[in-house]
Design a protein around this ligand. Structure first.
Ligand code: C5P
Length: 222
């Protein structure tokens, strides 16, 4: 039995992956399943927190005891996260947010035309929600902000660099590999702390990684 060490706390978790529409039938998306974010939501409920789960395109059943908000695109996710973060003790950005979105949304389906090369898709940058939340936290003393990062090489050095750039308190760094991370029930990661700490989490259920994150978060809340 877990002790209710998050009782009285409001935690906000984003999960899933954003989809950036090109036209009414097409989008740019990513492979995030949302399972790690949902494991964070379930374990936070079990530890007594009030949980707001902001989900993007997961198709997963709502976790019992969490308030679920739906957001499809990065811009919608930003709105939902900023709103929920206003009275949050903890914000965990587990969602895979598209870095770019198509510059134009075609109101009608884009057609292929005979004998013509396909048009290039122009992209514009999406807002960096994690960096924004971390910066705004200055007005919310004590709020703990957690980010995620998927890296393919120089995992720890890139993670350290990202933690500093984003300005969050904790960064969960995943090495992206074959069976790891995407869509799987298991995960393996290192949690980097802005104070310099490094907590390796061995390959195992996403719940176990989630509980390690909450252990580190509660230490910062105390
Ligand atoms: O920069 P990168 O996408 O690797 O950073 C990953 C972290 O930043 C994740 O926590 C993700 O939720 C967050 N992020 C964000 N807004 C973006 C891109 C990423 O909040 N536009």
């Amino acid at each position: 039995v877990t002790r209710p060490d998050l009782a009285g706390r409001h935690v906000v978790i984003s999960a899933g992956g954003t989809r950036e529409p090109l036209d009414p039938v097409r989008y740019l998306g990513n492979r995030s399943s949302g399972k790690q974010g949902y494991a964070l939501a379930r374990t936070a409920v079990a530890r007594g927190a009030r949980v707001t789960l902001i989900e993007a395109n997961t198709g997963l059943p709502d976790p019992a005891g969490a308030d679920v908000v739906r957001a499809g695109t990065a811009v919608q996710l930003r709105e939902a996260v900023l709103k929920a973060a206003a009275d949050a003790d903890v914000v965990v950005m587990a969602a895979a947010v598209a870095d770019f979105r198509p510059a134009v949304y075609a109101e009608g389906k884009i057609k292929k035309k005979d004998g013509q090369e396909p048009a290039a898709v122009e992209l514009v940058r999406n807002p960096d929600i994690l960096a924004e939340i971390s910066a705004e936290r200055r007005g919310r003393p004590g709020q703990v902000v957690v980010g995620f990062a998927a890296e393919t090489d120089n995992v720890l050095a890139n993670g350290r660099d990202k933690l500093r750039r984003k300005g969050c308190d904790l960064l969960v760094v995943n090495e992206v590999g074959e069976r790891k991370t995407f869509g799987s029930e298991e995960n393996e990661a290192v949690v980097l702390d802005a104070d310099g700490g490094e907590t390796p989490v061995p390959y195992g259920p996403k719940e176990a990684l989630a509980d390690t994150v909450w252990d580190l978060v509660t230490r910062r809340l105390d």
